[in-house]
Write a protein that binds this ligand. Structure first.
Ligand SMILES: *[C@@H]1O[C@H](CO)[C@@H](O)[C@H](O)[C@H]1NC(C)=O
Ligand SMILES: *[C@@H]1O[C@H](CO)[C@@H](O)[C@H](O)[C@H]1NC(C)=O
Ligand SMILES: *[C@@H]1O[C@H](CO)[C@@H](O)[C@H](O)[C@H]1NC(C)=O
Ligand SMILES: *[C@@H]1O[C@H](CO)[C@@H](O)[C@H](O)[C@H]1NC(C)=O
Ligand SMILES: *[C@@H]1O[C@H](CO)[C@@H](O)[C@H](O)[C@H]1NC(C)=O
Length: 635
């Protein structure tokens, strides 16, 4: 449950508000009330190429919808090895072509904002759009399905519930048997009052049995809405909706009775089936008991839930069995220990399916902290970005709090800069790491629906995967700020040497605290030395590295800062200088003078001088910036 971004909760509310409006003029209405949306986890590597493909597939879809008469379903793809794009769109069959195109245009522009450069799913009352980097057309039931209910209870709840349930069951049964996998129907309830309008639809690319499965799940979801007068259930392969208000014209309905035949949808035969089923249930129970016994006998442990890798679907946090993690880490053995921090230890764990994970064990004792922690974990588990370490799930047992993260083969950045693996990173890798960190932070600050300030950006919190792509780790200290709240906080959680002065001294917290930490990390990456390696005296300890960089900048002798292990022949002097200037701008003492991370991404991705961009801080910058940063403000 709750597997679309939590953002969807807001959408549900918006949907409520718009319900009555959209129902009014059922006949010529594109029905662009948003039901739900989910954005993809990982934007593709080359977003330019992706966007070209993205636009091309949409142009293709639009043409199909316009040119082929009454076409309400279409797919399009660019099936190249790199940046492939697959897209599927369909309208509810009762929409006119004009309304369908309107719904399409709305969905496309929503998708462009959904997760810039990556696609996802958007579901409206009137249409459905999904875009992925891999083929999905035959998928029907996927995590993230759910329902949106109206808020008015029917006047005769019991009768309404029973009869609407029967109606929806019939629709669920009939629709997979109807060519086109769509049915709109109206039924007068026997209480003399309400008529109920309902629609069931499967994507035309799924087969009948998947359609059946999908509607079964959808029925289970929508049933929660009864006895409210409106409800919708959504999934990837199907859609189910009912309302006491007409949302399609009477002449769009079909008679579903012929499709209920053989197996029998209504009363008498249903009873026979139920009787039969009761007999079957006993047999089933016996089999289940047998299976259970077998499981217990074979292995006392529960298998870990959920396939944690290899899915592009959005899902909420997975809860792990404590015992599973205990055995995966060999009882948190010293040999599996990867590191430890102030109040946590990290272990390498190998799950029974062979997947390697990182298990972070937190030493939090207060009950309140624990409650806070769990709710935060739930939010953070929905944060997905290529440059952020992914939280796979957690376990919460007694005093133990365990976080399960994807495992990063190359460990943390600091060991490559001034630790045991010093000298391994060439300039190209270092530059890519800088860009990656910037993108990850820009996502946390501006593209996720809640602004997340990391507060503790430092080289040891940047992990490297097998290919040296950087991923920002440790959201243990990140606090989620509601969009409208002041960014002030007195809680101090940073690491000396990386901490912005206004935060270290006054506790003033803003995204610019992370910009500062990022600037220090850049200096460490360039110099291969620790920011706080002269931990003596008073004042911010970063003065050493930062102060040195400032002086070198003033005398235009930037290259003296560069790590001596870097081969002077393989780095671009102008690039190094530019990055160093960027670091200095990011570490200015006035937070307002530091750029937003999305601006940093722009500066790094383009051949523009740093200074010019920095002062146009209210970014009315290029369209490329907009792709990276423009997230519709939904708060
Ligand atoms: C139900 O939704 C309507 C808008 O559709 C809203 O005005 C009303 O306050 C809601 N009622 C309740 C009880 O939430
Ligand atoms: C990104 O895509 C563009 C346009 O297709 C191409 O010119 C460029 O070489 C690609 N860059 C990378 C790094 O793949
Ligand atoms: C894709 O389309 C959008 C909106 O029509 C446009 O702003 C953008 O420049 C296009 N991108 C490419 C790469 O063609
Ligand atoms: C229907 O499609 C699903 C998903 O592709 C597939 O697993 C299943 O075998 C198909 N069933 C039939 C009867 O073709
Ligand atoms: C259905 O009824 C509407 C008016 O309510 C009319 O405009 C439309 O042509 C009708 N459609 C069909 C297929 O009869």
């Amino acid at each position: 449950m709750g597997n679309f971004l939590p953002f969807s909760r807001l959408m549900v509310m918006i949907a409520f508000l718009a319900v009555s409006i959209s129902f009014q003029s059922a006949n010529s209405d594109p029905q662009i009330t948003l039901v739900n949306e989910g954005c993809n986890l990982y934007p593709p590597d080359n977003s330019t190429a992706f966007y070209i493909n993205f636009n091309a597939t949409f142009a293709d879809l639009r043409n199909q919808l316009l040119q082929e008469n009454n076409k309400l379903f279409a797919t399009a793809q660019i099936n190249r090895p790199s940046n492939p794009v697959f897209v599927l769109f369909h309208c509810r069959d009762y929409l006119s072509t004009a309304d369908c195109i309107t719904c399409f245009n709305t969905a496309v522009s929503r998708m462009q904002k959904c997760s810039p450069g990556a696609g996802g799913r958007v579901i409206y009352d009137g249409c459905f759009l999904r875009l992925e980097g891999q083929i999905f057309y035959d998928q029907a039931v996927v995590p993230g399905n759910g329902q949106v209910c109206g808020n008015q209870t029917a006047s005769q709840p019991t009768i309404f519930r029973t009869q609407t349930e029967a109606f929806l069951q019939d629709l669920k049964l009939a629709t997979p048997r109807i060519n086109g996998l769509f049915a709109a129907s109206k039924r007068q309830l026997s209480n003399g009052g309400d008529a109920v309008y309902a629609v069931a639809q499967c994507a035309k690319s799924v087969n009948r049995s998947s359609c059946q499965d999908c509607l079964r799940v959808a029925y289970g979801n929508i049933d929660i809405c009864l006895p409210n007068t409106d409800g919708r259930a959504y999934d990837t392969g199907c859609f189910l909706r009912y309302s006491t208000t007409a949302f399609f014209a009477d002449n769009q309905t079909i008679n579903i009775n012929p499709y209920l035949g053989a197996i029998g949808g209504s009363s008498n035969k249903t009873k026979a089936i139920i009787l039969g089923a009761v007999g079957g249930v006993s047999l089933l129970l016996a089999i289940l008991a047998l299976l259970l016994w077998y499981q217990l006998y074979k292995k006392p442990q529960k298998a870990e839930k959920g396939n944690i890798f290899g899915t592009t679907e959005l899902r909420g946090p997975v809860t792990y069995d404590y015992k599973v993690l205990k055995s995966a880490t060999k009882d948190f053995s010293e040999e599996n220990k990867q590191g430890e921090g102030g109040f946590s230890e990290v272990y390498k764990g190998t799950m029974r399916n062979g997947k390697v994970v990182a298990v972070k064990k937190l030493n939090i004792t207060s009950g309140r902290a624990k409650t806070e922690f769990v709710s935060e974990v739930k939010l953070i588990s929905n944060v997905h970005h290529r440059n952020l370490v992914r939280l796979l799930g957690y376990a919460n047992k007694g005093t133990a709090l365990l976080l399960v993260y994807e495992y990063m083969a190359n460990g943390s950045l600091n060991s490559f800069l001034y630790g045991e693996k010093r000298g391994y990173l060439d300039w190209k890798k270092r530059f890519n790491i800088i860009i990656g960190i910037a993108k990850g932070l820009a996502y946390l600050h501006e593209q996720y629906h809640a602004c997340i300030i990391h507060r503790d950006i430092k080289s040891s919190n940047i992990l490297l995967d097998r290919d040296f792509h950087p991923k920002i780790a440790d959201f243990g200290l990140a606090k989620l700020l509601p969009g409208d709240q002041s960014h002030l906080s007195t809680r101090f959680a940073g690491t000396l040497g990386y901490t912005a002065p206004e935060y270290a001294v006054h506790g003033h917290l803003s995204e610019k605290v992370d910009t500062y930490g990022f600037g220090i990390v850049i200096l460490e990456i360039i110099s291969g030395s620790r920011s706080n390696n002269t931990a003596v005296g008073v004042g911010p300890v970063s003065e050493f590295l930062l102060g040195k960089a400032r002086k070198l900048h003033e005398t235009n002798t930037h290259l003296q800062l560069v790590d001596e292990t870097l081969d002077p022949n393989e780095y671009n002097v102008a690039e190094v200088k530019k990055v160093m200037e960027l670091a200095l701008i990011c570490t200015q003492s006035q937070p307002s003078e530091r750029p937003a991370m999305s601006e940093v991404v722009t500066m790094l991705s383009h051949d523009q001088p740093i200074k010019e961009l920095c002062h146009s801080s209210n970014s009315n910058t290029s369209s490329d910036t907009r792709l990276l940063t423009d997230e519709e403000d939904t708060h």
